[in-house]
Design a protein. Structure first.
Length: 59
């Protein structure tokens, strides 16, 4: 799977994203940190079911 991450150009953002690459994790903002209220829609039951099904594939 390929994931594309758009980011700003500040030193803080660069360090955060570099740390994520070096330590093998994916950083994403919380809902309250998004600049567009339409960027996310989470249906709790669907999200929970999908998350639980992904646990079967974890390494």
């Amino acid at each position: 799977m390929e994931v594309y991450k758009y980011r700003g150009g500040t030193e803080h953002t660069f360090e955060r994203d570099l740390d994520a690459l070096e330590n093998n994790y994916f950083w994403a903002p919380t809902y309250s940190e998004l600049n567009d209220p339409c960027e996310t829609l989470i249906i709790a039951d669907t999200f929970k079911n999908q998350t639980n099904s992904l646990k079967n594939y974890s390494i």
